[in-house]
Write a new protein. Structure first.
Length: 305
């Protein structure tokens, strides 16, 4: 009796050239997966927002006359941008629509990869990164700066089918973040806005805002805020309390959004002639991979060596 041989078909991922296995358990729908977590191509699960956003960007670039590739794997970089586009007479541009959390290290690694591969790159942010009155390290690390826009972030609100750019971003101690916002309903409109001339200035504080700052500072002293702990300890060595600090620790205008700790802490150390102010300064800055921080520190009366 002839022996029947079972025919097996190997399913291989084009990007990483590794085989997939079929998983059929009791809890999840049957699916293919890698036998181990070694593939970097599918490291993030894709949400509906991410999938729809990629389609929207692809369509908008096509409408604007770009040559577009959807998820084109770059074998020399071992990276796969969401969209790879090219305009006539220009180089390749990688478009990343970031909806999921990402670490600072991974963001820098991906961006450096594109740079080493001589690809321009643009990070467009999803709804989890929308500004909500204040900056966090999570959204601050995507900030860029341009002379006509100041500090800015670029978003895609896929639910409303529009790009959003928050620009002229600025902060002041204990006050809500201040910025301007523009909506663009096509990629062409977005590009036109990004290249248009805008007058950017830092807003002066009103008397009411200054009073609010002073009141909230007193609250932080009363409740023993951790952000003031190092300054409180140093004041003690000088025979002072935080309440003894002069009003010069406040500045009378908004300033560049560089600091994850109150700027008054840094100014206080500076006024008290603390010898290692530079170390305190470096520890108080957001990690900003796309911004040259040094030129923007002067507005706060501080310098980075």
């Amino acid at each position: 009796m002839p022996i029947k041989l079972k025919r097996t078909i190997a399913i291989i991922v084009p990007g990483c050239h590794e085989k997939l296995i079929l998983k059929r358990g009791l809890k999840k729908v049957a699916h293919f997966a890698h036998p181990r977590h070694g593939c970097q191509l599918f490291s993030e699960g894709e949400s509906d927002e991410h999938l729809e956003g990629k389609k929207f960007i692809y369509h908008e670039l096509k409408q604007a006359g770009w040559q577009v590739q959807y998820e084109a794997y770059q074998s020399d970089l071992h990276q796969r941008p969401d969209i790879l586009g090219q305009k006539a007479g220009c180089g390749l541009v990688a478009f990343e629509y970031q909806c999921a959390p990402i670490s600072f290290q991974k963001l820098v690694c991906r961006s450096r990869g594109y740079k080493q591969g001589r690809l321009a790159y643009i990070w467009i942010l999803g709804k989890r990164y929308f500004l909500k009155g204040r900056l966090t390290q999570q959204n601050a690390m995507f900030m860029h700066w341009a002379p006509n826009l100041g500090f800015y972030l670029l978003f895609l609100d896929i639910a409303r089918k529009r790009f959003e750019i928050d620009y002229a971003i600025q902060q002041a101690d204990f006050l809500p973040l201040k910025y301007l916002r523009h909506y663009a309903y096509s990629f062409q409109e977005l590009v036109a806005f990004l290249h248009a001339r805008h007058e950017i200035c830092y807003y002066p504080l009103t008397a009411k805002q200054i009073m609010t700052q002073e009141y909230k500072f007193q609250q932080q002293i009363y409740y023993g805020s951790k952000s003031l702990a190092s300054l409180r300890a140093y004041c003690y060595t000088k025979g002072l309390t935080l309440a003894d600090l002069p009003k010069q620790i406040f500045i009378d205008s908004y300033h560049p959004p560089l600091y994850r700790k109150p700027l008054l802490v840094l100014r206080s150390f500076q006024l008290l002639d603390y010898q290692d102010t530079q170390a305190v300064l470096k520890d108080s800055l957001y990690l900003l991979p796309f911004v040259r921080v040094k030129p923007h520190l002067a507005s706060g009366g501080l310098q980075l060596a």
